[in-house]
Design a protein around this ligand. Structure first.
Ligand code: GTQ
Length: 365
């Protein structure tokens, strides 16, 4: 049990205390606080300003993972455990401000998944949605709800909530992708369910390319009804994304804060491709410096091509292909590209927009 003095002097307890509270009078209130605690009651004035903060107070900090430093750990994991034993052989990117929590930001998960030739990550489904961003390898597939898609570097692949999915590698080289999941949002709301499929793979009942034919050509089947808020396109191929960015950069001026930043959309409603995670691809031309920008969403950046440097808060990070870095909520950042740079980004912006709490601030241009 805490003594009066302990409660009074604990820095973490005082961090949220309302500034009008007379600290000298607090010892005389400790007996009341103790008795209230016995009835599951607590004084708000000791914690109010830590709960309702003046501005976002992320516990996540800016950080970068160099792919060249991470890859050997992925290869070592392959020697130690099979995909089948692990269910998903993933090394989690843990924010140094949130060790042991499997979080890259307070709301988002990121991990690097590796599948070796011939391996299958068995079918399961869960409420949490997943995105895959392909880093290296060819001819590996994800099957989602009975349809396979082959994955290539730079492709953005979606596994919607509660759809069966398994992954397999039919090539002769490892495949690595970045997994982004929303399970921390799902768990905040205590809405998680998960089920394993009785077999290793879920049967296929649609040909490869079906989703793209139905929804990926600015056409939709005339009477189709969509009940899901997730895009029916579940692979946005890099070839097409890159081509669009390349062409855009020829006829549009770069935005001072975003250069060329395109959001992935759901063709059914024009909104974000996923209901819980926003996704973009950004092109920053060689020599371009983006102006300082911050927003309340926390974002994960993966370098697809090119190199550069980002100032994130007080720190600067140099990056190159396949490196991953994180910008916590409300931390001002700016990017400088030393060669034409392409960045894939995901964040919790879509959730904040639905809740009417998203904000942005554009710095000096
Ligand atoms: O591939 O289904 O990184 O369920 C974490 C949880 C990947 C997956 C992760 C998952 C998956």
């Amino acid at each position: 049990m805490k003594s009066d003095g302990d409660v009074h002097h604990e820095a973490s307890a005082l961090a949220g205390i309302v500034s009008s509270v007379n600290l000298a009078a607090e010892p005389g209130r400790m007996d009341f606080y103790e008795r209230a605690r016995g009835r599951n009651l607590a004084p708000l004035w000791r914690v109010l300003h830590g709960l309702v903060t003046e501005q976002p107070a992320p516990r996540a900090i800016p950080a970068l993972w160099r792919y060249a430093e991470v890859r050997p750990y992925l290869m070592e994991a392959c020697k130690l455990i099979s995909t089948e034993e692990a269910e998903r052989r993933v090394m989690v990117l843990e924010n140094p401000g949130l060790p042991g929590e499997s979080r890259i930001t307070q709301s988002l998960f990121a991990g690097l998944q590796i599948i070796l030739p011939g391996e299958i990550a068995p079918a399961h489904k869960h409420v949490a949605s997943a995105l895959r961003f392909i880093i290296e390898g060819h001819n590996a597939y994800t099957a989602v709800a009975g349809e396979r898609t082959m994955m290539e570097p730079g492709d953005f692949v979606i596994t919607p909530s509660m759809t069966w999915h398994d992954h397999g590698n039919e090539s002769d080289a490892p495949m690595v992708w970045l997994d982004g999941l929303d399970m921390h949002i799902v768990n905040l709301l205590c809405a998680s369910f998960r089920e394993g499929y009785p077999g290793k793979v879920h049967p296929l009942d649609r040909p490869e390319g079906a989703a793209m034919a139905e929804a990926g050509q600015n056409l939709l089947p005339v009477d189709a009804k969509y009940s899901s808020q997730t895009s029916p396109i579940f692979n946005y191929p890099y070839r097409r994304t890159r081509e669009a960015l390349d062409q855009l950069a020829r006829f549009r001026a770069a935005d001072p804060h975003h250069a060329y930043k395109m959001k992935y959309i759901n063709p059914v409603n024009g909104g974000w491709a996923m209901p819980t995670m926003s996704t973009w691809m950004q092109l920053i031309p060689k020599g371009f410096n983006t102006a300082a920008y911050r927003s309340t969403d926390s974002a994960v950046f993966t370098v697809v091509e090119g190199s550069g440097r980002s100032k994130i808060g007080a720190e600067s990070f140099d990056w190159g292909p396949h490196d991953i870095f994180v910008v916590p909520s409300w931390v001002a950042h700016e990017h400088a590209a030393s060669s034409d740079a392409v960045l894939f980004i995901y964040s919790d912006r879509v959730v904040q927009e639905k809740l009417d709490i998203w904000r942005e601030e554009k710095g000096n241009q």
